[in-house]
Design a protein around this ligand. Sequence first.
Ligand SMILES: [Zn+2]
Length: 178
Amino acid sequence: MKIWLFILNFIVLGIFLQCSEVKMPSKINAMNTETSKNNPYYSRTDKTKLNVSNEEWKKILSPDLYAVAREAATERPFTGKYNETDELGEYYCAVCGNHLFRSSSKFASTCGWPSFFEAEKDAVKYKRDSSHGMERIEVLCGRCDSHLGHVFNDGPEPTGVRYCMNSVSMDFVPDEKK
Ligand SMILES: [Zn+2]
């Protein structure tokens, strides 16, 4: 009898943990806002290239943003705060404020991460990425060199490419708040 109670406890605990995981994005969101306030390099107007060490970024960025932006981690699919957003506005680099995407280039993809068919002119850089046994093209912020995601050749017209981005790497500003 006791063993069944023990197993039942495990199941209940499992469900509870899963539920708390689903709530993660809003927590990340709150931390991001806090991060940009205490980030002296963050600017949506200054285009000056940044050369900041990871040691310095670690003191400024939230752990989630640091892991993705500076260590090229990938957020779990379907968890990002901008995965299903279709609001009108602009997307900026969450690390430095560089303007990356306009909402009009965002499209509904089924991959689990926010996807765009076009980046702003000169906003991003590309790097060959052979990690995890795959040949991919990494997308980096053109101003601060932070990892944003990858770009693939299976996007919609007019470009045919898909920028597959991490939500945590971006800040979204809706049109009415500009
Ligand atoms: Zn940046």
